[in-house]
Write a protein that binds this ligand. Sequence first.
Ligand SMILES: C[S@@+](CC[C@H](N)C(=O)[O-])C[C@H]1O[C@@H](n2cnc3c(N)ncnc32)[C@H](O)[C@@H]1O
Length: 408
Amino acid sequence: MGDRELDNFLEYLKQNRGCDLTLYKHSTLQRRLGVRMHQIGISSYGSYLDYLKHHPDELACLLDTIFINFTGFFRDFDAWEYLANEIIPKIISRKKPHEPIRIWSASCASGEEAYTLALLFVEALGIEQYLQQVQIYATDVDEAALKQARQQRYTNSEVAGVPPALLSKYFEPTPQGYVFNPTLRRRVIFARHNLLEDAPISKLDLLVCRNTLMYFKHEAQVKILIRFHFALNNLGFIFLGKAETLVSRSLLFVPASIKHRIFSKGAKLESNDVLMLSNKNSPANKSTLLDAKNIWQSAFKTSPIAQLIIEPKGRLIGANESAKTLLNLSTNDLGQSWQQLPFIAQFGDLNLPLQQTLGDRSQISIKNTQWSTAKGEYKLNVDLTPIFDFKRRFLGISVTFIDVTLLK
Ligand SMILES: C[S@@+](CC[C@H](N)C(=O)[O-])C[C@H]1O[C@@H](n2cnc3c(N)ncnc32)[C@H](O)[C@@H]1O
């Protein structure tokens, strides 16, 4: 099936069946559609669309094939071991015994991932504290998978990944399969949630979203990661699948273990900011700080002066709205090295000064440089200013572009 045919097919589903698959990668969709069409002996796209129109149940079968529910207890055991040994103790130690620990397994399929989380937390906390503190939200877009998850019953081969000691402690063998402990199950809530459409669960200490983002197009992954960033508490962790690479480049999160794809929201900046505002680390100061930080961020975003922020290794980590418009930047440019930014090739005057400021941290001003966009010709004053924190550590550079076209 060609790209255009696939687009038409997806458009039909979106417009007529309320099912939007346009943000999934074409390569995945083509493979999965091929599997389904082969199963029912249909070889052309046109015939499949006809078939879909005349068989009301077909959409569910198609979605079943597309939402690949492959999962397992302790899938990628090493990563779970790292989580158990290095991350969960940190999460627990930051909480007072009465404070809730909020966890989200986003795309939990048939529940094994959510129950794995329950097992690790009950082992770390003991059953009473687990029941008092832990809340696990487990969501997926696929109702059929959720139905299986809610039944909490697994076959011999499905529980093969559970360490024997945990299997005998927390599962009951029955003729119908192994049943997960109903008391622990009380702290796991299953619900339908579409990562591409629904608002995230918030105030999270740990967000687990494994082996799912990779099915989505780049722009959808970026959007979801930004939502995840908001959903996490300041010191929260995110645990992704082995094949997920985007987050390492996104600069939204700080790696805790790149190998195991575990990241933290990274509150380093904030604790420095707290020191700047006051020596007292009280909650009141923290909330004042957060307000202040939001104001700074909004001021940066909405400033009429175009501004870029480049980190010490030369990657673009911030561009306000004025800069995006003036320099024709998109969200995809965030995280790119400055040499790769499309506007740099046209902006010859900037190459050497950028190299110099990143190298020796000097302040450089370039006057009356020419810049043309679809809207017209501009004369710009460009200022490159190194940024340091209060301990004089180099944080990066700010590049501002002031429009002086109309000045004499
Ligand atoms: C390969 S499974 C991963 C299951 C589990 N996280 C793991 O790593 O073992 C992918 C899951 O993503 C779910 N999924 C696909 N699209 C989704 C969406 N838009 N929102 C939420 N879940 C989605 C599928 O239904 C499927 O259960």
